[in-house]
Design a protein around this ligand. Sequence first.
Ligand SMILES: [Zn+2]
Ligand SMILES: [Zn+2]
Length: 710
Amino acid sequence: MLAGLLLIGLGVTAPAQRPETAAGFVIGAATLQASASGTKVTVPVLTGGRRRLMSTEAVPADAAASVQRSVIPGSLVDYRVSHGDVVVPADPSATFHKALTKGTNPVFDTKKYGPELAARDGRPGDLVAAGWVFGKGRDEITIGDGRLVTQDIAGRRLPRPVKRYEETYRVARDAHVYEVNTADLSASQPSSFDRIPVTRNHSYTTLERQAAFVVFDRDYRHADAAKVRAIYYFTPHDTSDGLPVWDVPTQSALLKDKGTDPVSGRPYVEILATGVTQAPYTRSTEPFEIVKDTLYYVGDNEVALYLLHAGNRLILIDAGWPGSGYQYWTNIERMGFDPRKVTDVLISHGHGDHYGTARELLTMIENAGGQVTLRASREDVEGIRRDALGNAWTIPPAIPASESWLRTRYTPYVYDQFLEFGSVRIMPITTPGHTVGTTSFVFDVADPARRGHRIRFGFMGGYGFNGLERPTTANGFRRLSFPLGLSWLQQRVDVDYVSPSHTNQYPIVEVYQALKAYNNDPAHRRHPLTMLDALTTGEFANFNEKRYEVISSAKSDTQPGYQSIETYGPFKPGRETGEPDVAVTLLDGGKVIRGFNKYMNVNPAIPLLKDGIVIARDSYVHDPDGYYVQVYADVHDAYSGYLPGSGPVESYRATPGTPEILRTQRLGSRADAEAILAGLRAGSTYRVDLTRASTIVVPPDRPAFRATNS
Ligand SMILES: [Zn+2]
Ligand SMILES: [Zn+2]
């Protein structure tokens, strides 16, 4: 009142009545009504306890067309109403803000995090949630994704069962309830709380799952006090895929002793879980601390997300699958942090399973008044136009054109330099191949156990083939860049531990589950171990070796669909028939690389890890008795670091001479490899014979590296 009087006293016109924000569910297509004063857009929605036709104010025809295009039937939307008309803002496509859309895949969203109604006038929007209805009480409703964990991976009961993403909400007495018919949206109608069906139980064999969206009466700042003011439940019900769900990755070796699924009659270990986008509920896992107060795993059991904490900085590595954000953000909260306080998001590469929730996360942070820096590689966002030699290329980026928002607000990496976050440092390293801008990382953190000591984790940014299985005219430079990135990480990067970007690359989730089972054993409860006790060191080179051999070695030619570089190339220009007696100048003293050992993270202290974990996929390259000498070297021949007509390989790094990483043919023992290594000196020039795949020949009758006088 006082403020109003002051405004009038100062001669300012009193503001018009504030528009009100309303939420509704769109149950039909938007239609246009033109008149002399402009065009109105009319949308049928469920709101205010009934079916209503909401019409916008009259606007120019192009603005009305933009509104119409933006309205998606089957969506929960919010909008502003003034004098009975929906207000069309400066950006007409924002008139009906979409909070959630009911598609064919189930939608999950916890109360406090994720999508919410639009922020308006500097205020965050009210909260929304989505999932399957698992309970209904007097004035409350329970919604979740059905995940129920009662035992650890060793089969011992947990102290308490865990319903990981299930929440119970208070329902306002005057809440409106609607039944949405997704088979015929126009048949949707107001309903009542009593009529909401409830999913029968949490068993994976229960196929019928009752889906619902709910809208709260408060924003996130008052989440604890928030009550449900609207419930939209869906007919017909969702159907789950009926497949068993585990915390460990699908088909994990730790499922070997789990027996047989009574429904399909197949061993649990053989059942491949449904893909994440169709069934995010099948792929959740428990988040865990890796380094005390510093490094956490907050991903799912398929794609890894890491959270690093340093003072007031919260750094998230990758943003995971779209549709699984409810898991990641709850995981962050469970580790003791607020996802709205994330300050930095680093994307490893431009695929949807790594940036999938980035936009929602950024919106959530910014609606809360926070600021966040999003980093990604320039190559994945904008493509490659030039390499370090000045060669021009027109190589398209990894992200699709539709992700233009990312282009407008990302900060590109500067490679090979640490980003400093106080007690945490992260180095981005370019390792293209999987995509043109795949970025790997070193996480360098303080060792909580030893003052002044640092520990390092290696994160390889893109480990999968992604179209590199066979050579094509277009993929040549990526075929060669991929093993270059892997061998670069082996040769040039020293880390203690592996932090994989997917769980089928290194068994980090199995290691945690084995650790949890160990600590859950009454015999160990008084002396629990940590992840740093459970993880083994020195595995990064081995982890990279697997993929190196899968793409390089002729062993892969027997695998369906695979064609190795050794046999099928591409071969570097000038070496198509091999190159005898070529001069190479070593830029390092070389390293011995052991063949891939499929028994990863062997740890005798923890029963489930005593023989390590074997990840079946591509383990045919297992060859722990093979050894190689690998060198970083400048080769004095006609090859200049790129494939004409395809793209840059070594020439993408700004290093004079475009040095290569080369290795010898397989040696039968570590002693043989050490003997060769002993004769090598950094800075010296040797003569070697190269195969057409640029492998250093180990001749039976003379040294592989022959000294020259130069
Ligand atoms: Zn990818
Ligand atoms: Zn991926």
